[in-house]
Design a protein around this ligand. Structure first.
Ligand code: NDP
Length: 398
């Protein structure tokens, strides 16, 4: 039915490749391209049966992308490289008439600031070209937007509060490792906290607000309020929200390492001169930390990510909790990577499927909550991320 090009051969790219190859009736041809071609070749070999072709590209360079798109002729590009490449890939999509999907919003390299404004600015250009761009189609962002749209359609007349809760109760056996790209992850979790309340953003010191939350099959885990990119699009698209927050669990060991990393300057993104060569401390740190894509083999435990909501239905106050749990070992057996890569890669595949099959095809630039959630929710159950609902429960969050 369609030719698809994946850009990025990390943990998430590996899951996307494995998953696309399982749906040949939709994805007839698959090409995986990245900066380091040997990584693409390893993934193609793991998927097997010559199902995946590979290519080399520097996605910071629009001209290289345009040439690649010209030779591959994909219908859609799935961008699972880094957020720095979002705009160059979108530019090339416009030039060659290709649909676009990613899992993380654009960030400039030199400032830690993720905002949708840069990508939303492409809306009219994609619309006029008759092309669809789906932004943030991993789990969070991604499925969290679909869960919210599903709740708004089926369970509420108005949603008043939304708390996205993200727990990784896994153990990878390393003293310190990040679950996805270390540079992007550390930039994200060391930022100030921020949440939406009564029409404005409220900023907090990093990790200043925390409390234990109980996760299904896992139990209580200390959860920290952090800023996460989908809050920006969700408060825009669900204006009845009086409050929207994001919580993530961190272990004490992880936080101690993070504090030390920051205190000694290793989280800095300001270049320094080292023996005559300019290096960015955080990029150097990435080079010595474990590769998140290779944590899977010894990872035990599971993740639990969901949305807890409060609102009105038929003039009565209701609560609703929708979530998915994913076991690291199940993800590893199926795709050779851990659950964080898996829960990101599966929704990216489903989003591409929605677009190719016409269910999520509309010209312009959109976040996941702006599409019909129902067919996507069906596919989550089929492709390894089953979801569960709890009604009128204690959300543990006033
Ligand atoms: P990795 O660092 O493991 O992989 C990134 C890949 O992109 C690498 O293969 C890298 O190549 C490649 N790449 C980097 N720069 C370029 C470039 N200029 N041109 C071509 N390829 C490039 O990251 P992950 O797989 O862990 O994460 C991928 C994306 O998924 C990130 O954007 C991350 O933010 C996002 N994510 C989203 C989540 C969600 O739920 N929405 C959750 C987790 C992650 P090389 O190996 O040569 O460096």
């Amino acid at each position: 039915m369609a030719k698809v090009l994946i850009i990025g051969a990390g943990g998430v790219g590996s899951v996307v490749a494995h998953k696309l190859a399982k749906v040949p009736q939709v994805f007839t041809d698959i090409v995986l391209a990245s900066r380091t071609k040997s990584k693409c070749d390893l993934i193609a070999k793991a998927v097997g049966a010559n199902k995946i072709k590979t290519a080399q590209v520097d996605a910071d360079d629009v001209q290289q992308l345009v040439e690649l798109f010209g030779s591959v002729k994909p219908e859609i590009v799935i961008n699972v490289a880094l957020p720095y490449q979002d705009l160059t890939i979108m530019e090339a999509c416009l030039e060659k008439g290709v649909h676009y999907l990613d899992t993380a919003n654009y960030e400039p390299r030199e400032v830690t600031k993720f905002e949708y404004k840069w990508q939303w600015a492409y809306h009219d250009r994609f619309k006029n070209a008759g092309l669809t761009a789906i932004l943030g189609c991993g789990f969070d962002p991604g499925v969290t937007g679909v869960f919210t749209a599903f709740a708004a359609r089926h369970h509420f007349d108005e949603i008043h509060t939304l708390d996205i809760v993200d727990c990784n109760a896994g153990d990878h056996g390393k003293p310190f490792a990040t679950n996805f790209n270390p540079e992007i992850n550390i930039r994200e979790v060391t930022q100030k906290g921020k949440y939406w309340e009564n029409g404005k953003w409220i900023e907090t010191e990093p990790h200043a607000i925390h409390k234990p939350l109980t996760y299904p099959h896992i139990g209580p885990r200390e959860s920290y309020l952090i800023y996460h990119e989908e809050l920006e699009s969700l408060v825009k698209h669900f204006p009845t929200l009086k409050r929207a927050r994001f919580w993530m669990t961190f272990g004490q060991e992880y936080l101690t390492h993070l504090r030390v990393i920051q205190n000694i300057g290793m989280a800095s993104i300001q270049p320094i001169l080292y023996e005559g060569k300019e290096i960015v401390p955080l990029q150097f740190l990435k080079a010595v930390l474990p590769n998140p894509g290779e944590l899977g083999e010894h990872y035990s435990g599971e993740t639990s990510i969901g949305c807890r909501m409060r609102g009105m239905k038929n003039h009565k106050e209701r609560t609703y909790y929708i979530y998915n749990n994913c076991k690291h070992q199940d993800a590893y057996k199926e795709t050779g990577t851990q659950a964080v890569s898996y829960t990101t890669g599966v929704p990216a595949m489903i989003g591409a499927m929605m677009l190719i099959t016409g269910q999520w095809k509309k010209p312009g630039v959109f976040n996941t909550e702006q599409f019909d959630p129902d067919p996507f929710m069906e596919q989550l159950n089929i492709h390894g991320l089953p979801w569960h609902e709890l009604h009128d429960v204690d959300l543990e969050l006033e």
